[in-house]
Ligand binder design. Structure first.
Ligand code: 13P
Ligand code: SF4
Length: 324
């Protein structure tokens, strides 16, 4: 939830359901410092749904899924953007904000999907499938985006694929997202073998066990999960779509087959919903902390830069997606 000028003490009410009182004092110094630094530097913090609740609910100005963060990055009114998320998200924010300083608090906050493919792999796919358009998931480097025709996120992948009007589309690099989209469209999808190290660990057997242990539980899954997991779930969608689902349907009991902080962040908004919590941590998302957000603003680090030869074509691929 976006914050207004405040102090840490007044923010605890927001997060008391998910942060025990004994842990709270460890956060207050950094929260107060970050709120002051944001005013001093005319900075905004964009935080992904997988950020921990003290970041998500106490210092972030904009929160959301990859698509929402990219859309918001286009219109942000600030000199400095701190991206509380992973490196590809910071690169996307920089692509859309040439003149602004974009900071990522830890340069090593990567992504197994982004690491699964290079720009020369994309060129090889083009040689293998001449004339077939390339849709690249935003979870990729700027160089990979530059080698593609258009980007997509988990929130708009189906619309992007169908917007091309092609009978066959190359969709990179997430094999499971590609297969999950293929099951919803007549467009033939050519996939790559990349996987999210967090979502590939969920299985359909996990869901069956959960349903047995918690009769009536509603199961929501991210489309980076394997297709059999998505098939067993009650609903699959981006992190924002899962959050909206909980808000709209208010299930008595729900499990989110995704990263752990997501349940905490959604639980804050829906005290009446019981969250069952098997989840997997994303070690990359967890590299971002209040301490390194504070250091990012104090020391102006780490500044995100993109090779100009890559930035222009990568921006075109992202903007083409955002125009849909
Ligand atoms: P969303 O775009 O659904 O937020 O997903 C981003 C991500 O990294 C999921 O693992
Ligand atoms: Fe990448 Fe998976 Fe982490 Fe998302 S959850 S940032 S896809 S490794």
């Amino acid at each position: 939830m976006p914050t207004s000028p405040s102090t840490a003490a007044s923010l605890y009410d927001r997060v008391r359901r998910v942060i025990p009182p004994i842990e709270w004092p460890a956060f207050t110094g950094d929260i107060d410092a970050i709120l002051a630094l944001k005013r001093k530097r005319n900075a905004v913090i964009l935080a992904h749904n997988y950020q921990t609740p003290e970041i998500f609910h106490c210092v972030a100005d904009v929160v959301g899924d990859s698509l929402a963060l990219a859309r918001k990055a286009m219109s942000v009114d600030a000199d400095v953007i701190v991206l509380a998320g992973v490196h590809f998200m910071a690169e996307t924010a920089k692509l859309l904000n040439r003149g602004k300083t974009v900071l990522i608090p830890d340069l090593a906050a990567g992504c197994s999907l982004a690491d699964s493919i290079t720009a020369s792999d994309v060129r090889l796919m083009r040689q293998r499938y001449p004339g077939v358009p390339v849709v690249t998931y935003v979870n990729t480097s700027a160089a990979v985006k530059a080698a593609s025709d258009i980007c997509c996120t988990s929130g708009n992948a189906l619309q992007v694929v169908e917007s091309l009007g092609a009978p066959r589309v190359i969709m990179l690099p997430d094999e499971y997202l590609a297969k999950n989209i293929a099951s919803q469209t007549k467009v033939e999808i050519v996939a790559w073998k990349g996987h999210c190290e967090v979502h590939e660990r969920f299985s359909s057997a996990d869901i069956r066990e959960l349903r047995e242990a918690h009769p009536g539980v509603t199961v929501l899954a991210h489309p980076e999960c394997p297709p059999d997991v998505v098939a067993e779930a009650d609903f699959a969608g981006s992190t924002a779509a899962m959050s909206d689902y909980v808000g709209r349907h208010k299930p008595a009991r729900v499990v989110l087959m995704t990263e752990c902080s997501m349940s905490d962040n959604v639980a804050v908004e829906h005290p009446e919903v019981d969250f069952v919590r098997p989840c997997n941590l994303c070690p990359h998302m967890k590299r971002i902390t209040l301490a390194n957000i504070r250091a990012a603003l104090e020391e102006n680090r780490h500044i995100v830069t993109i090779d100009p030869g890559v930035a222009d074509p990568a921006r075109r691929a992202v903007e083409r997606m955002l125009a849909i």
